[in-house]
Design a protein around this ligand. Structure first.
Ligand code: ADP
Ligand code: MG
Length: 240
């Protein structure tokens, strides 16, 4: 699905990502985890060209990412972030339908897709479709953000700490929903978090970052059974 080959990114004197190799296969749920400032968000943003790498190569579905126009690329990739960023003057329905409309889907198909996603995320359509973002709780806004990211049937779903700002109970509910959606749809998911419990619950594979490097990449049980070094075991040690 997506492959990083010796990819680096610098911001002035800061090396945010330092020569990483990363291969993400179709249908995987990959969690990028690590301390603050270790390069997780930069790595994710390079996938949809919000940032371009300055060394190495990224290949998406067999094509060099640099040859794909960012606007077209973003219609093929869902993106959800902690701050959600819903359009405040648009209803929930209009927000979720953004990408399908840009893709030129007929109105009835957009409508049906929005209804299906609201139901999937346990927001009763008759109750929520016509509301505006400021008429929703934080957890409900986050659900709408995830629904919007999924709406265009993306080839890959990218999420950057999507549940970071939520209370623990809502967070667990949304983690369960996300896991169910992944199991149902088989969509490839790449998610950034610094919450090790979230990573262990959701990931088919965990990629652990430290100072712009990948220190370990493997299935959750593999990391727990054979941490690559003290940094990994200390990090995993925070799991409850
Ligand atoms: P993480 O998501 O793991 O917390 P980031 O990828 O956001 O880390 O950041 C990695 C490093 O790159 C940090 O040192 C951060 O300060 C720096 N960085 C990230 N984005 C920018 C930017 N737009 N301008 C300057 N420095 C940045
Ligand atoms: Mg980040």
């Amino acid at each position: 699905m997506i492959e990083f080959q010796q990819v680096s990114k610098h911001f002035g004197d800061t090396t945010a990502v330092d020569g990483i190799d990363l291969h993400i296969g179709k249908g995987e749920f990959v969690v990028l985890i690590g301390p603050s400032g270790s390069g997780k968000s930069t790595t994710l943003r390079m996938m949809n060209r919000l940032i371009d790498c300055d060394a190495g190569r990224i290949v998406f579905q067999g094509q060099d990412l640099q040859t794909l126009p960012p606007q077209a690329l973003r219609l093929r990739m869902g993106y959800a972030i902690q701050s959600v960023g819903l359009f405040p003057h648009w209803t929930v329905e209009k927000n979720i339908g953004t990408v399908p409309r840009l893709l030129g889907w007929p109105a009835e198909r957009v409508h049906a897709r929005v209804q299906a996603l609201l139901t999937l995320l346990q927001l009763e359509p008759s109750q929520f479709a016509k509301r505006f973002p400021d008429e929703l709780s934080g957890g409900q806004q986050q659900r709408v953000g995830v629904a919007r990211a999924l709406a265009g049937e993306p080839e890959i779903l990218l999420m950057d700490e999507p549940f970071g700002a939520l209370d623990p109970v809502t967070r667990i509910v949304l983690q369960r929903e996300l896991k169910r959606i992944h199991q149902l749809s088989g969509t490839t998911v790449v998610m950034v978090t610094h919450d090790i419990d979230e990573a262990l619950f959701l990931a088919s594979r965990i990629v652990l970052f430290q100072d712009g490097h990948i220190v370990q990449d493997g299935a959750p049980l593999e990391l727990l059974a054979r941490p690559a070094n003290d940094f990994v075991s200390d990090f995993l040690g925070r799991a409850e």
